[in-house]
Ligand binder design. Structure first.
Ligand SMILES: [Zn+2]
Length: 444
């Protein structure tokens, strides 16, 4: 069990109420396992990707970025082995006709009705679509099931244009699509999802040290952004679990309310992908090694994370129901999302204590100083306690309150979401206060 939630129900409810996540197409009754990020969710997702990009690309000399198209030449997926191998074992119940992934349960009978199951057949989980106005075989294309292949097919373009030397990496975030037989657990398994993938190329057979490095580095990233080390573990795949391209894979798992589950996989893909494209007759994807004077096919280590799974783990970890005293000193329960301030959708909310022009003006003026740097919020409606509670549920780390005294002492109150401390600081120090807590290098 996760520490703070015994099921996802409360989180799903808060996510809808506060505008993190809505069921997709809800006005038409929804659409299976698809979700839409609302105003706060859209910000959270941006911040997670930003945190990843800064750690993987901006802070490193040996990694560069890529943003490739989702649609690719169908030959890519033939060469990569996805047309042949990217499938799940599907069984159908002879009685109720429900379909299941064979490896989702043990036994030979239907888990719903106990009917007999038919033969297992392999079901390719790539989504097919048609390019052009005529739905014919020649125009079949696939929605990419991973962002990785566009990195491999661009290996030489990137290496030469950016003049990269081994070892080096190419990073990309973007949507991927898998026609999963079974989905569920909110954002955890959906058919459309977003990946954050790094392909880190190394000299042949020098991948093991890099593999260990990236497992450690990636686990530390989740901890840096607020996940307790006790809720993370690394699980090595057994040989029979390995994907068709993998020499070895370890998953970083998070302790969700529904059990330990993968949030990131780190795989040793060897030279498999580059070699497959070379063998398929694609343009030369080798690397010229100046030291040996030879063309070599690099090996690759791939840390592959899911944006949506990261979001779900950060939300589960942040969720708390706490007993706190209200303004009259009585105990009440507050629901709060203790998100890392850098991941929080709204960084700071500005409140005039009452709706009076001099207080409103100062609150607006302070907000204007911050609005091009951080996502901010202004609220003047309702009692101050109610406004704090709303921001607690939204996960806003700081609230700045302007009161009558502010007009005399030129100071405001900053309230910290987590320890509830209210600090009086000069108006001129507000930006420096926020910057010290919201800087990306903090905790590095
Ligand atoms: Zn059945």
């Amino acid at each position: 069990m996760s520490i703070n939630l015994d099921s996802l129900d409360k989180l799903v409810s808060l996510a809808k109420r506060r505008g993190y996540v809505f069921p997709s197409s809800e006005i038409y009754g929804g659409f299976a396992s698809t979700w839409d990020y609302g105003p706060l969710g859209a910000e959270l997702i941006r911040n997670i990707k930003e945190a990843w990009w800064r750690d993987i690309v901006v802070a490193r000399d040996d990694v560069v970025g890529l943003n490739a198209s989702i649609l690719m030449a169908p030959k890519v997926w033939e060469a990569s082995g996805h047309v042949e191998h990217f499938s799940d074992p599907l069984v159908e119940c002879k009685e109720c006709r429900r379909r299941f992934r064979d490896d989702d349960f043990a036994g030979n009978t239907c888990p719903k009705c106990n009917g007999d199951l038919g033969d297992i057949r392999q079901f390719n989980t790539m989504f097919k679509t048609f390019v052009g106005p005529v739905e014919q075989q020649a125009a079949t294309a696939y929605l990419r099931p991973e962002t990785a292949q566009s990195i491999f097919v661009n290996f030489r373009n990137v290496q030469q244009s950016a003049r990269m030397k081994l070892p080096f990496g190419i990073a990309q975030t973007g949507k991927a699509f898998r026609n999963e037989i079974t989905t569920g657990n909110f954002l955890f398994r959906t058919r459309e999802f977003e990946q954050m993938e790094l392909e880190y190329f190394v000299p042949p057979h020098e991948d093991e040290a890099s593999f260990e490095f990236w497992i450690t580095r990636r686990k530390a990233w989740y901890e840096k952004y607020g996940i307790d080390a006790q809720n993370l573990r690394v699980r090595k795949h057994a040989t029979e679990e390995l994907a068709h391209y993998s020499l070895g894979t370890s998953d970083i798992e998070y302790r969700f309310p529904f059990g330990w589950s993968e949030i990131e996989g780190i795989a040793r893909r060897g030279s498999y992908d580059l070699q497959q494209h070379i063998d398929a007759g694609a343009k030369d994807l080798t690397y010229f090694d100046n030291d040996s004077g030879q063309h070599i096919v690099p090996w690759v280590v791939e840390p592959s994370a899911g944006v949506d799974r990261a979001a779900l783990s950060f939300l589960c970890e942040a969720y708390r129901e706490e007993k706190v005293p209200n303004s009259k000193g009585k105990e009440e329960i507050r629901t709060v999302l203790r998100l890392d301030p850098r991941l929080a959708p709204i960084k700071v909310a500005y409140f005039p204590l009452v709706k009076k022009p001099p207080l409103q003006e100062l609150a607006h003026k302070l907000q204007d100083q911050a609005r091009f740097t951080w996502n901010t919020f202004y609220d003047e409606t309702g009692a101050i306690g109610r406004r704090y509670r709303r921001q607690d549920e939204a996960g806003t780390p700081f609230c700045v309150t302007v009161d009558y005294e502010s007009l005399d002492d030129n100071a405001v109150t900053i309230r910290d979401r987590d320890n509830l401390k209210q600090e009086r600081i000069p108006v001129t120090d507000v930006i420096a206060y926020l910057n010290s807590r919201l800087h990306w290098s903090k905790g590095q």
